[in-house]
Design a binder for this molecule. Structure first.
Ligand code: ADP
Ligand code: MG
Length: 704
């Protein structure tokens, strides 16, 4: 540590966490707050005032001058509006530092400039932020000084969710309620709450900042719009888990320290598959806190990268032809007294509660595969899912040998009588310790894999909020639990009904299980035979939000109203069209102002060379002539593609916002971008490197 402090001393240093509250708040106020945190409800104004005052005093000691309601609008990034603590100067010109309970609990940012998908007309701009007291306030230090950040939900004047947090909190309530019902049926009388836990593994790229600044495409869009793969790709697999270089290690050390101070339990770090690609995973936490913390992780990665002369790229596909980045969303449901409902135990075939939970989850995933797929779609992820590279965008569940075998027994005979056991791992080396293998190997190609006592949803995009994937998981599982509980509670014969229910669910939803290679061609065909959806793109996924099935699901559990779902679909269409429009404009700009002029210079130099060789009385110019012909042909192709891209982008921009426009950007503009990129990428390989106007893929990913 910089000041040689231990991790345990710095962890949570910037957080108004439980121990700070316990120490600083009067006992009654502390207890009241803990009660609201645990059970929900409202804080009375007097208590809120006390908490706000102590929070402010503490924040000022941390150097804070401002506070902000920190929220997650539908832009995908976090938003904040800073207010200083100062009061109006008195007659003598003195100011006080003040912060009231009202200011803590409720904020009123002008909502009109945040996307609402038609939920709120600009003239009805009122929007409120409301304190999520279950996610600790913290102080953030940056160039603006120190700011007290208060995690909040963001709603319209009429209470509709305008953010990522509100539906998440609602979905947590839903899964809590239904899980408790299920636990009670199995005789659990002690657990008071069931909480979804989430551990997101975050992938990212690091490139040199000076080189990054020379790439306008990266600056404007987060990904390279031109560029061809260097001769050495990732086929050697030598980066994955490779030794971390000193420059990167120094960066990671700083990232960890900053995150620990902010109370984010950063745990694992390693190099990823692609060169310059890395991963950071925190220890799992309560769902809403994990979502907040993942936003902090992304912020800190970017900030610290800059301090180290690096640029962190969070885009899902910064480099064409190089492995992209995602976020593995590890999800489980656990009681307040520590029972993980996804823990199969040693003999899962005997664990009826687990088998019920498992088959309910299979049912939920099978029934709502489309929504799960949608929850992982964003503009960047279109390059990873269902595009030309694996994995396909088909949702399936990997259970592993042991559970697959149990489900197989259930489906064939109706009862599971045994569980496969792990074996001793034999390395053939005497001095290595012997240990038991897990009963199940891993499958890295599965989008939704059971990994011991949690499900790992691997489709989520690296720069996306993990909120929506968890909203969907919580709600669809709540629905399956509810239906199971309805049936079991109504039954006179619990054991018989339970047995039939587990068997029925296993048989009906077995098709969603796939343990094979999810990246293979054969799987796409097999999935089609099974009737599993294969949704190729974000624009194709958006309609899943507003199907009758989705509306019924989300309304039943109070997670989204129909109007909220429709508004989200609108926001997504708009967001798609805008993003592609920016990419297309950037391509037009870069190719006409920078690339084509450079290519012309190169071609001119070839022509000059031919002329001077000929002038010297020599005819040996066939190489130059070939290059000249090839480059000229590609340049012509690029010029035509550029003209076409300009035309279709103008047309797209002129269209009314909505589905039709988004589809147009996807089908027409996006294609036109590819048509411009192709000849230019070929030219990059031909043109003299010294004449190419910006760093190549090789420069970016091998020279960090
Ligand atoms: P794996 O090797 O299976 O990917 P790791 O131990 O590396 O597992 O954990 C990956 C992520 O999953 C981490 O963020 C970890 O904290 C989280 N995780 C572990 N157990 C659970 C659980 N029961 N529920 C949710 N997340 C979990
Ligand atoms: Mg993992």
């Amino acid at each position: 540590m910089s000041e040689n402090k231990k991790v345990s001393e710095i962890f949570g240093e910037y957080v108004f966490n439980d121990s700070v509250m316990k120490e600083r708040l009067p006992k009654k106020a502390y207890q009241k707050l803990r009660q609201v945190m645990a059970e929900g409800g409202e804080l009375d104004p007097a208590t809120a005032d006390i908490i706000a005052h102590e929070m402010k005093e503490w924040a000022i000691e941390q150097g804070a001058t401002h506070y902000t309601h920190w929220f997650q609008p539908l832009t995908g990034v976090t938003a904040e509006k800073h207010d200083s603590f100062i009061t109006a100067p008195d007659d003598e010109g003195h100011v006080l530092m003040s912060f009231s309970g009202k200011e803590l609990i409720k904020g009123e940012p002008d909502a009109s400039s945040f996307p609402s998908g038609g939920l709120r007309a600009t003239c009805e701009a009122r929007g409120y932020t409301a304190w999520d007291c279950t996610s600790y306030a913290f102080v953030r230090h940056d160039a603006a000084g120190a700011t007290l950040c208060i995690p909040t939900a963001f709603c319209s004047y009429t209470g509709e969710a305008l953010d990522q947090k509100t539906p998440l909190l609602r979905s947590m309530q839903a899964v809590n309620e239904q899980s408790l019902r299920l636990l009670r049926l199995f005789g659990n009388t002690t657990s008071k709450k069931v909480i979804p836990s989430v551990g997101p593994e975050q992938e990212y790229f690091l490139v040199d900042r000076e080189k990054y600044l020379k790439r306008k495409d990266l600056i404007y869009t987060g990904r390279t719009l031109f560029g061809s793969m260097p001769a050495k790709g990732q086929e050697m697999d030598d980066h994955y888990f490779g030794a971390i270089r000193p420059r990167i290690a120094a960066f990671m050390k700083d990232v960890n320290e900053e995150l620990w101070k902010m109370g984010v339990p950063a745990k694992t770090q390693h190099n990823e598959v692609a060169p310059a690609q890395h991963e950071l995973a925190p220890i799992y936490e309560t769902c809403n806190i994990a979502v907040d913390h993942n936003h902090l992780v992304m912020e800190v990665l970017k900030k610290k990268a800059n301090e180290h002369g690096l640029q962190c790229l969070l885009h899902e596909k910064p480099f064409d032809g190089v492995n992209g980045s995602g976020k593995h969303n590890n999800w489980s449901i656990t009681t307040d007294d520590g029972i993980n409902m996804l823990d199969p135990g040693k003999t899962p075939h005997e664990n009826l509660q687990f088998l019920l939970v498992l088959t309910c989850i299979l049912k939920a995933v099978d029934r709502h595969a489309d929504l799960i797929r949608e929850s992982a779609s964003n503009v960047g992820n279109d390059h990873r899912l269902g595009a030309n590279e694996a994995p396909p965008a088909i949702i399936s569940v990997f259970l592993g040998n042991q559970l697959d075998d149990v489900i197989g027994q259930l489906c064939s005979t109706g009862v599971a009588t045994h569980s496969l056991e792990g074996e001793v791992l034999d390395t053939g080396v005497d001095i290595l310790p012997e240990f038991m293998k897990d009963a199940t190997d891993r499958n890295r190609t599965s989008p939704f894999a059971f990994t011991g006592n949690k499900f790992e949803f691997r489709m989520v995009g690296s720069q996306d909020s993990i909120s929506m994937p968890n909203v969907v998981l919580n709600t669809i599982v709540a629905e399956a639990f509810k239906e199971a509980c309805d049936e079991l509670e109504a039954s006179e014969d619990f054991d018989g009904t339970l047995h039939d229910l587990i068997k029925r669910q296993a048989i009906e939803h077995q098709r969603i299980i796939f343990n094979g290679d999810g990246y293979s061609e054969g799987w796409v065909e097999e999935a089609e035979r099974r009737g599993l959806p294969n949704i190729h793109s974000m624009v194709d996924a958006i309609p899943t939000l507003t199907t009758d099935k989705a509306i019924k699901l989300f309304e039943e559990f109070g997670v989204f109203t129909k109007a909220e779902l429709e508004s989200r679909a609108e926001v997504l269409y708009e967001n798609y069209a805008k993003s592609i429009n920016i990419e297309a404009r950037a391509m037009i700009n870069i190719s006409s102002k920078t690339l084509i002029p450079a290519i012309i210079k190169y071609i001119t130099s070839l022509a000059d060379s031919i002329n001077s060789v000929k002038a010297a009385g020599c005819d040996a110019v066939s190489v130059q002539t070939d290059l000249l012909n090839e480059s000229s042909a590609l340049l012509t192709e690029a010029r035509d593609a550029l003209a076409m891209l300009e035309e279709v982008t103008d047309k797209g921009k002129a269209m009314a916002e909505g589905r039709e426009q988004a589809v147009y950007y996807h089908d027409v503009v996006f294609e036109a971008m590819a048509a411009l990129r192709a000849p230019i990428d070929k030219l990059e390989i031909i043109v003299d490197k010294k004449m190419w106007p910006f760093p190549s893929y090789g420069d970016l990913i091998y020279e960090v």
